[in-house]
Write a protein that binds this ligand. Sequence first.
Ligand code: AMP
Length: 465
Amino acid sequence: MTSFNDFGLAEPILRALVEENYTTPTPIQAQTVPIVLTGRDVIGIAQTGTGKTAAFALPILNHLYTKRMRPERKSCRVLVLSPTRELSGQIADSFRAYGRHMRPLAIELAIGGVPINRQIRGVAHGVEVLVATPGRLLDLVHQRAITLNQVEILVLDEADRMLDMGFINDIRKVVAMLRKERQTLFFSATMPGEITKLADSMLTNPERVAVTPQASTVDRIAQRVILTEKSAKNDLLVETLKTETTDRVLVFTRTKHGADKVVRHLQKSGFGAEAIHGNKSQNQRERVLADFRNGKLRILVATDIAARGIDVDGVSHVVNYDLPNIPESYVHRIGRTARAGADGIAISFCDHEEAAFLRDIQRMIRITIPSIDKRTGIRPAARPADHHQASNRPNRGRFAGNNGSNGGNRNGGGNRNGGNQGRPNRGSQGHGGNQPIPRAEASPGEPNSIGSVSFLQRTGSRPQR
Ligand code: AMP
């Protein structure tokens, strides 16, 4: 599929896609949309950022458009379950955006952390699409605000994260309330055994689609973490670039300002480096990218947003100058290397303030990334995570606290409706569920002198589940 027109979607949806500037379906969309349009169940292995929301939202909207009927009172025709209120809000926003030319179309959110009464009123007349976190949905059911026996299509998004957050029983309860004749679309970034079991219990003869299976991509990349002082990162970067045999290096910073500072330091140290981020003009971006592609420029410093459009083969190294606070961003970043079957190297600098980010990343990728401690020269034990742990977090007694099991449920289940997983806000239309996402400031500070960098071999060991 090279164009959205090939799918045979209804005109109002196509019009919305033009307005969204979507010209080409992403791989997950190209694979998923035609199958969903036939009414089949789908297991999609894809992570956020691949365009998976549109992959299910577009054919669902098409179904609602072609089989128009009034939803019954206190019911929904499409139910989307998602683990966090942020993701739920983004999904609802996507439905609203792609369905903006469809009338009538009622899309409601049922998420924790906000008063339930507005949600009770929201579903009172029945809605086409309800996007919900499992706990709040069950609250609505128990208050007799909604019944689920009219659901024609169920979407379970980020199933593996649901499992991590301890939602599995809630999901089973919800599924038991649905009618058997329905279409089910099941998405997960990873497919551990328990998720496969859950999928088997929910889906009927599903078609499987997968894009860049995350585990294998991540597995092919030699990942290392260097624990460092924030102020030593600039010199550590220079040292890394001198020590490593690099071809093309993509350096990620959290902020545009940080990217510019890193470039200045690298240039002062004699490295040809350029930044690409939102403050640069289109011309500058294109020139820099062309230079990076054709090998004139060896080091490109980018922010996550700017890196979205970067599709360059032959990136030998990704350096996370700052660790992202969103685990998916880490996977996206390091996925820039190891393209086209090549192996790649990902090196992450982690200062004290980023220890919690590292723990979240390791939990998500289910790999304990080999690390060295450049602050003391010894392998880390408990200190960084303990140092950083918020008081309500269990002390797991290990750096990164990665036990790979239900560790995602930090509050022992208490946050089941409101788990803030630090998702990017993709342009909220005021769904009321988003909260500001804390972001650490990137402030490289003054360089300190450090010794030469030595790396451990890749182990990619998986923690016990
Ligand atoms: P998702 O994986 O659903 O979170 O989508 C990631 C981002 O890609 C969102 O900001 C979408 O708006 C955007 N997106 C999804 N599909 C396309 C497309 N075909 N073309 C351009 N952008 C897209």
